[in-house]
Design a protein around this ligand. Structure first.
Ligand code: SF4
Length: 332
């Protein structure tokens, strides 16, 4: 008789399983446990396909508040699960892998931000702190406003004109927002490891090889990439843009490579090429435009977290302050 495989954390985590079997099991467990699955556009396409809701950070945070099922499984990274819990404290928020972090969120630790805010105040600066949603809940609790790439302009317009703005943690997004809103900003020097790696050479080579192509870039990209973009916007804006064009077009997409999946779904008439993707200098496919944190989400881990009802985002005392800021910024 074969011996059972025992892994104290998750019994089946290291065994390769049939994706179709896993999907069926997830469907069954979802009903049994009264759970809804939320998946960010940067997780693997299989996960997006089994999800009840897909979207960017803003849409998913809002979806989490409208879901009636008592349990949410959040396929994304830690700060997203935290935001869902903060906005829906009565629900149980499970994450396939609690170690799915975010290089951008980690670039701005709460203690360093608090010290910097104190330093600015001591120097006489009168400012409000605007944080990109890619921050920990502890950081959110120190801020006045939370923005996503989808609502940033609208929120920045709500900062009183006589206040300075400290924007954290993404310097590239902050610089872009400062240029489109005309508001000077004190920028925290953070960045995303994925959006930092697109090279201009790869992008220009891709443009030359695909005459007539349209470059779409996420505002987390550095300014030297944005300078070459025809469309700058977050993931929801990219989806809307491709859906609005009927003529088959080639899009060069400068964001996390899994974004190609929802673009293909909503507008299959187009061709999508991830930057740098196949345009890497060697001519080989490059995986550096994949987020290693998002990649921690797998079908097996989704099945396991439904089955074992863990790991879970637990309520923390500082969530209450972050809740006020998140509600004011995203729901009102
Ligand atoms: S793509 Fe960048 S910003 Fe998004 S989760 Fe990954 S590291 Fe964070």
């Amino acid at each position: 008789m074969p011996l059972p495989v025992i892994n104290p954390a998750f019994p089946a985590a290291e065994i390769e399983e049939d994706p179709l079997d896993l999907m069926e099991e997830i469907e069954r467990l979802k009903v049994e446990k009264q759970a809804s699955i939320l998946a960010h556009f940067y997780v693997d396409g299989d996960l997006q396909d089994i999800a009840d809701f897909t979207g960017d950070s803003l849409k998913l945070a809002r979806d989490a508040t409208t879901i009636t099922s008592p349990t949410i499984v959040f396929c994304g990274v830690h700060f997203m699960g935290e935001s869902a819990k903060i906005l829906s404290p009565e629900k149980r928020v499970l994450m396939p892998d609690l170690l799915a972090g975010c290089s951008l969120a980690e670039s701005c630790p709460a203690d360093k931000l608090a010290a910097y805010q104190a330093e600015l105040r001591a120097k006489g600066h009168d400012f409000q702190t605007v944080a990109y949603i890619n921050t920990s809940a502890a950081v959110k609790s120190l801020c006045d406003w939370i923005v996503t790439s989808g609502n940033a302009r609208e929120i920045i317009d709500r900062v009183p004109a006589d206040k300075e703005i400290l924007f954290v943690p993404d310097q590239h997004l902050g610089r872009f927002l400062s240029s489109v809103t005309g508001r000077p900003m004190i920028l925290w020097p953070g960045s995303c490891m994925v959006h930092e790696v697109f090279s201009i050479q790869d992008l220009l080579r891709a443009k030359r090889n695909h005459p007539g192509s349209v470059v779409m870039a996420h505002p987390e990209c550095p300014v030297n990439v944005l300078e070459h973009a025809d469309v700058i916007g977050g993931t929801e804006k990219m989806r809307k843009h491709v859906a609005s064009i009927t003529t088959p077009t080639t899009f060069l997409v400068a964001t996390e490579a899994n974004m190609i999946h929802p673009l293909q779904k909503i507008a299959p008439q187009h061709t999508y090429i991830p930057v740098p993707g196949i345009m890497a200098s060697t001519g080989e496919t490059c995986a550096c435009n994949r987020c290693p944190h998002m990649a921690r989400n797998t079908l097996q881990k989704v099945r396991d977290c439904l089955k074992f009802e863990r790991p879970e985002i637990e309520w923390q005392p500082y969530f209450a302050q972050a809740q006020e800021v998140l509600r004011r910024s995203l729901l009102q």
